[in-house]
Design a protein around this ligand. Structure first.
Ligand code: 3HC
Length: 302
């Protein structure tokens, strides 16, 4: 007889579904496969699925070249991932991690469809960086089996994952997800469902302050970044990091917060960020933001 207070109990995590194979999703699929989980990688369109697969091949290729993995491990990891555009292939997944674009309506619709397709004991997890986990859990058909698992870019290198609970999350579901994060060789921290969780609640206002400093012409891009690198020991300065994350992502987080929490003074849209966003200069992904970026470059030039 099961001692679980959750019925049906939390399944043993064997198969992990990754829904969305973009910047974050491909990394989540890869690190899960590296830890020997069976991975079902899903994108709605074949071209996005192919792009996700290429990203994983590129990252594993780097690791192979630097002898961090053997050819045998490379093959094992690649063979551990099934790529699909068919929702039905997600039916027997134990854990479903969603990493699609940050659009609440889209995510809500997706969770409804996933609830219909996935087995009843499957656990649902969103990698959203700033949207409400509770709002998604409410429409998922299984709010007690719903958490946030928030990864950091680049997923393959960043060691942290935030595990986020809502008021509905069953403690056994939370513990299983926390322990899975350890299984995929990340360090888990726990937090409640609040805007930005821990990291982005601290990081995004600090990136905002750097942009406001630029708006006021208090210092140059180069000097602001150099200051935080050499004076605070950050691997990248704030404007460099904003470009690296993507100015569309930062813009969307701040715009969402400004609208939802108009009285929170830490949430403010800087002019220099909005201008670049409006011009389509989104940072590394478009080649231009606060810096000029060459192909594959992680160190843009001012
Ligand atoms: N897959 C596999 N290996 C990779 C890789 C990838 N995707 N990217 C780089 N590598 C390897 C490189 O080949 C290199 O290998 P080597 O040591 O054998 O030569 C090694 O990893 C280090 O790469 P680099 O020398 O290019 O990188 P750096 O040492 O300069 O570090 C960095 C790059 C990890 C990005 C570092 O600059 C950093 O930590 N920056 C800050 C990143 C950060 O703060 N991320 C969080 C953003 S916030 C977020 O994501 C939340 C969201 O919700 C907004």
């Amino acid at each position: 007889r099961s001692l679980s207070t959750l019925s049906p109990p939390v399944p043993k995590f064997d198969t992990v579904a990754c829904v969305g194979l973009g910047l974050m999703g491909h990394g989540i699929a890869q690190v899960s496969a590296q830890a020997n989980f069976k991975v079902v990688a899903f994108e709605q369109e074949q071209r996005f699925l192919d792009a996700g697969r290429s990203r994983i091949e590129g990252s594993l290729g780097k690791m192979l070249k630097r002898e961090k993995i053997s050819q045998e491990q490379y093959d094992g990891i690649m063979n551990g991932i099934t790529y699909t555009t068919d929702f039905a292939d997600l039916a027997s997944s134990d854990l479903v991690v969603e990493a699609v674009i940050e659009n609440m309506d889209l995510k809500k619709q997706l969770w409804g469809e996933l609830n219909n397709v996935c087995k009843p004991d499957a656990i649902f997890a969103s990698n959203t960086s700033s949207l409400s986990i509770t709002e998604m859990a409410d429409v998922s058909g299984r709010p007690d089996r719903f958490v946030g698992v928030h990864f950091f870019n680049p997923v393959q290198l960043m060691k942290l994952t935030e595990v986020i609970r809502t008021v509905h999350t069953h403690p056994e579901v939370f513990d299983a997800c926390h322990s899975w994060v350890g299984d995929i060789k990340k360090v888990a921290v726990s937090c409640n469902d609040t805007p930005g969780f821990i990291v982005n609640r601290l990081l995004v206002p600090s990136l905002t302050q750097a942009c406001l400093m630029l708006d006021r012409k208090d210092a140059t891009i180069k000097d602001i970044d150099l200051s935080m690198q050499l004076g605070a020991g950050h691997p990248m300065g704030p404007l460099h990091l904003a470009d690296y994350i993507g100015l569309d992502t930062i813009h969307s987080i701040i715009a969402g917060w400004v609208e939802k929490y108009p009285d929170e003074p830490a949430f403010e849209m800087p002019k220099c960020l909005k201008e670049r966003f409006d011009n389509g200069d989104l940072g590394r992904k478009t080649g231009k933001g606060f810096y000029h970026w060459g192909a594959g470059d992680v160190r843009g030039e001012p």
